[in-house]
Design a protein around this ligand. Sequence first.
Ligand SMILES: O=P(O)(O)OC[C@H]1O[C@H](O[C@H]2O[C@H](CO)[C@@H](O)[C@H](O)[C@H]2O)[C@H](O)[C@@H](O)[C@@H]1O
Length: 427
Amino acid sequence: MYILFYSVSFVVEKPQRMSNGVASETTRLSITPNNSSSAQKTLLKNLEIINGGQRVNAWVDSMRASSPTHLKSLSSSVSSEKHLSSWIMRHPSALEMFEKITEASGGKQIVMFLDYDGTLSPIVDDPDKAFMSSKMRRTVKKLAKCFPTAIVTGRCIDKVYNFVKLAELYYAGSHGMDIKGPAKGFSRHKKVKQSLLYQPASDYVLMIDEVYKQLLEKTKSTPGVIVENQKFTASVHFRCVEEKVRSVLEKYPTLKLSQGRKVFEIRPMIDWDKGKALEFLLESLGFGNSNNVFPVYIGDDRTDEDAFKMLRDRGEGFGILVSKFPKDTDASYSLQDPSEASPHTRDEFLATIGGVETNAAKNMKGMFQPSNAVVLSAPVSRAGFIKRCGLIKPRRTARFGTMAMAVAPLEICVKTSITTPNKLGDC
Ligand SMILES: O=P(O)(O)OC[C@H]1O[C@H](O[C@H]2O[C@H](CO)[C@@H](O)[C@H](O)[C@H]2O)[C@H](O)[C@@H](O)[C@@H]1O
């Protein structure tokens, strides 16, 4: 297991909110590795893949056309490779950085925040078929036994719950505008108020429903369009309908349009996002002014950047961006896209994070199952913990050498395929 130590120098032009609510892409970070052996290996591995002929084109094409947070201005595959290599240096794989991450959490209460689409489930064309695997569900369930765990998603709570089906979790649906605690009798955390519920955009439900119906009407003749009512936000899948979406929105000055992964999102013009939801949940859990918390947020989309930025601004925990492409991000670590990730490695990562028990947790007697009270720092003890916690099968030597990971709003999201005209998005 390699441990990397980085001298970090940040040249950050923070993402700017433009008048239309779309964040500009100007964050630049620069990190110099003091020991780059592992990063070089990862880099070489990625360059090998990229140099495989056809893959170069696919990669560059995706870089150009896909999700909005991809870094731009790549004039040649050589400079693309340089971009990729420097990006990986700046956002090392969370798997390879495991030891450093656990070290950083030392003694603090880990709270897990997980995005849904593209993080816990693979991205698929039909939003109603974005199922998470049973294995991933088991992993999240076990994770929630160890730490307060929340799903933070653009989907409305009902839709995401139908996929996740875990009553013991916290849910922040509709891009954080619908927050609910665990179902009655399922809360494992003493500090949280019973029946936690917060809906900062409740005044918008009727308006969103109205906009949703108009969008359905306006887009009905456009093949491939899917309009979703997410209660506090709405999503329109298909980029070609941008004009039509904008024309509907002109009449609603208090709604704003933003962009996700091939999605336009229409949401109430209120100062609320996934970052605010994360902060709200931490406060509800009793960690508002605590130095004893270590939040970990895993997500793949631009909307997750608000949560990554919140963690950066609070100077607590860290964000992990699920992406196989370099992107501007406030996350500190990266994991590959779920579609390419080995489910085993992915689950192992979540399970391993689940294995980081803290002094704070030990002090909060009764909050956790007794079997979870273990402090870990080395691979061997980690394996021991994992065995006890029942998260994954123990190994004599833990290996975390490869990048891999998979882990909705009152908004309107428009998604389109980047490869096939008139087809629903292939994010
Ligand atoms: O915050 P998230 O949990 O990431 O949800 C954001 C959007 O997720 C869904 O769309 C995404 O996943 C779909 C299924 O894989 C895919 O077809 C689409 O292209 C992705 O953007 C959901 O349908 C949206 O309403 C959410 O806003």
